[in-house]
Ligand binder design. Structure first.
Ligand SMILES: Cc1cc2nc3c(=O)[nH]c(=O)nc-3n(C[C@H](O)[C@H](O)[C@H](O)COP(=O)(O)OP(=O)(O)OC[C@H]3O[C@@H](n4cnc5c(N)ncnc54)[C@H](O)[C@@H]3O)c2cc1C
Length: 310
């Protein structure tokens, strides 16, 4: 149950940011699945973000950093403590051929901004839902491009109680220090909070950039179930295989448990056909993993991240 401490202390910390208690997390993820957040906070400045993190650390309250929820499966039981959305941290700026974006900027907005400035390099990312923070965290990629190809440097925060005396500890990472790999970055195991990144791009004709983005988005709509709630590709691509083909060859196209099903259109996606629970999705994932392993001896590792209690 929500402690009195949260109700009495949090509103002062987020000031003109947002705080809501018991907010349904279905509204904050692309799958449309998940229970309530004990406290849902939307800081609108780095100072507010820092205050919320210190509050959680000092009071030993759990916290979770939420981007746009497009790579998440959130527990039906919801999430305890603070869910801190980065949606209010969304500044964009540029200098010559570099664009700087805060963690909460939508990737789509970053791509549109770069295209408008005649800066090329982010075309691959224009159809990937989610925020800049989530994309750096995941080293998101598509159509032969990845965040690591265009990222120049990042700023991040290390949540530590010592910041109560010293102020927030902002640190910098050069591109090579991000430990980028296929859908991996240093942010996944460090507890660092990504604040912003600078992307180094190339000058090109704005109309040509926009046209390339449009073509890639069209391909996405042709091949992926963009009309149904999902979290994109559920599994990482196993070396030497295509996930969708493995799943299809197991006869699992359209395989359904409750409201969750392997997409008819792209077997690497699980879609919410209406009223799916996290348990439904987890059951479909397990069945697919078991069948693919039994038939082909291939281990499917999830790309999607499950958060909360099963
Ligand atoms: C239809 C569809 C298509 C997709 N296509 C692609 C694709 O082509 N390529 C691809 O790579 N992905 C794809 N995805 C998956 C998803 O969009 C990406 O992984 C995206 O980068 C996730 O960003 P997000 O802001 O939604 O992160 P979230 O899902 O909110 O969070 C993902 C993880 O990042 C962490 N996180 C978020 N922000 C921060 C921060 N500031 N600091 C620290 N940790 C943070 C969260 O705690 C969480 O663990 C697709 C998803 C959908 C629904």
């Amino acid at each position: 149950m929500l402690s009195d401490l949260l109700r009495s202390s949090l509103p002062a910390l987020v000031d003109n940011g947002t705080i809501r208690f018991g907010e349904s997390l279905k509204e904050h993820c692309s799958f449309g699945i998940g229970g309530p957040a004990e406290a849902f906070c939307v800081p609108v400045s780095l100072a507010q973000l820092n205050d919320l993190l210190l509050f959680a650390l000092y009071n030993e309250i759990a916290y979770f950093i939420l981007g746009r929820g497009s790579n998440l499966l959130i527990s039906d039981k919801g999430l305890p403590g603070l869910v801190i959305s980065t949606g209010g941290l969304n500044k964009l700026s540029h200098d010559d051929n570099c664009v700087s974006a805060w963690c909460g900027v939508l990737l789509k907005d970053l791509c549109g901004y770069a295209a408008g400035l005649g800066l090329s390099g982010l075309e691959f990312a224009s159809g990937i839902p989610g925020s800049v923070g989530g994309a750096v965290f995941m080293n998101a990629g598509a159509y032969g491009g990845e965040i690591k190809d265009v990222l120049y440097c990042s700023k991040y925060l290390v949540p530590e109680l010592s910041a109560l005396e010293t102020g927030p500890k902002l640190r910098h990472l050069k591109a090579a220090e991000h430990q980028f790999d296929y859908r991996r970055s240093v942010f996944q195991n460090s507890g660092y909070i990504h604040l912003s990144s600078v992307f180094r791009l190339r000058k090109d004709d704005p109309a040509a950039i926009s046209e390339r983005m449009r073509e890639l988005e069209e391909q996405r709509w042709d091949k992926q179930p963009m009309d149904l709630p999902s979290a994109g590709s559920v599994f990482k691509r196993p070396p030497g295989h295509f996930t969708g083909k493995l799943v299809d060859d197991c006869g699992l196209r359209g395989f359904r448990i409750g409201g969750a099903a392997v997409s008819d259109k792209h077997c690497g996606f699980i879609v919410n056909l209406g009223g799916a629970t996290a348990s439904d999705v987890l059951a479909v994932i397990k069945h697919v993993q078991d069948q693919v392993f039994e038939r082909f001896g291939v281990v499917l590792e999830t790309e999607l991240r499950f958060v909360g209690q099963a």
